[in-house]
Design a binder for this molecule. Structure first.
Ligand code: ZN
Ligand code: ZN
Length: 327
């Protein structure tokens, strides 16, 4: 029997390749939590007085984020938001119910809403309309823009100071590499935890950005979480650059454990002094249809513009937004 390298008491169950440590379940879970808290404190992702909207999908990462934050920060300052996309077989009612119950056991309430309630159409219906019209927009575009809009709306309505999403290290490095490959300097700087956020908007934070995806999966397995495992039906229709980068990075990490972590840490350090790069992208205007913040020079926000292409000119949220009396 191999004993845990940290406590020396229990048998080792997990080999943490990037540290070379063999850990028992308890010490592994503790290692993940303390690194999440360390990252939060290093960059001030959650500070005293903050109230945080946690975007939780019901996948393993969102469970790990919920539990690790609820253990450390005032649960009365945390609130979950779960968005049902409306994609057949994905994000089912029982997955959402399990998530809400788990969050409640951590002391965190979760608001459940759906893309259909918010806009008038589910993601599936949007895609169907788009295909009918012969548009090239992917399901991910409809889904991503809708979710972002919903998060911003609830953040402003609830008056929270931060939005936390459960992106893990693999997600972050993929995005970073894609932006580098495309030569998108603004995109690169936006990865940084201290990147300026849009004026009037709510700062987004990613507490799990230094935790590998295999680690959130292992944490969830060790803790016995009943998280959603089904993949979105649209994932295979989308053989994107991200999918290719993901495979390449996975192979590099397998042969050189710790590579992804060091890569992200390197960019965190070299970008520290160069963050003004993304300031020029700050939105300074509001959408004439719904009041959402949007990039300077636009009349409609990206979601309103996209939905107009499928003839949805009066999305449900346009009414909500007006009732908010935008500052
Ligand atoms: Zn141990
Ligand atoms: Zn709009």
């Amino acid at each position: 029997m191999v004993l845990c390298d940290v406590c020396g008491l229990r048998s080792a169950r997990v080999f943490q390749a990037h540290t070379g440590l063999r850990l028992c379940g308890e010490c592994f879970v503790e290692s993940v939590r303390s690194r999440v808290w360390g990252e939060v404190e290093k960059w001030g992702l959650i500070e005293p007085g903050d109230s945080v909207l946690l975007a939780v999908s019901g996948g393993k990462d969102s469970y790990v984020m919920l539990e690790s934050l609820a253990l450390r920060y005032k649960v009365s300052r945390l609130i979950g938001l779960s968005i049902i996309e409306g994609i057949p077989g994905y994000n089912r009612e029982d997955d959402v119910r399990a998530l809400v119950e788990f969050a409640r056991s951590c002391g965190v309430d979760v608001i459940v809403t759906s893309v259909k309630d918010y806009t008038g159409l589910s993601v599936y219906e949007m895609v169907r309309e788009a295909r009918f019209k012969g548009l090239v927009e992917s399901a991910c575009t409809f889904c991503g823009l809708s979710r972002r809009h919903i998060m911003d709306y609830y953040a402003r309505m609830l008056g929270v100071s931060k939005i936390a999403t459960a992106h893990n290290l693999d997600d972050e490095v993929q995005t970073l590499v894609i932006n580098i490959l495309r030569g998108d300097i603004v995109g690169v700087t936006k990865i940084h935890p201290l990147a300026p956020h849009p004026k009037g908007g709510v700062r987004r934070v990613k507490p799990l950005r230094k935790i590998y995806e295999w680690e959130t999966a292992t944490y969830a397995m060790l803790r016995g979480f009943k998280f959603q495992e089904t993949e979105c039906m649209f994932i295979e229709e989308n053989p994107t650059l991200r999918a290719k980068v993901r495979v390449a990075l996975y192979e590099l990490e397998r042969d050189h454990p710790g590579l992804l972590l060091r890569f992200l840490e390197y960019f965190d350090e070299i970008l520290r002094g160069n963050l003004r790069l993304s300031e020029s992208m700050e939105p300074t205007t509001t959408c004439s249809r719904c009041g959402a913040l949007t990039t300077r020079g636009r009349t409609l926000c990206k979601l309103c513009e996209l939905l107009e292409k499928i003839d949805l000119k009066e999305p449900s949220y346009a009414r909500l937004r007006l009732n908010l009396s935008i500052k």
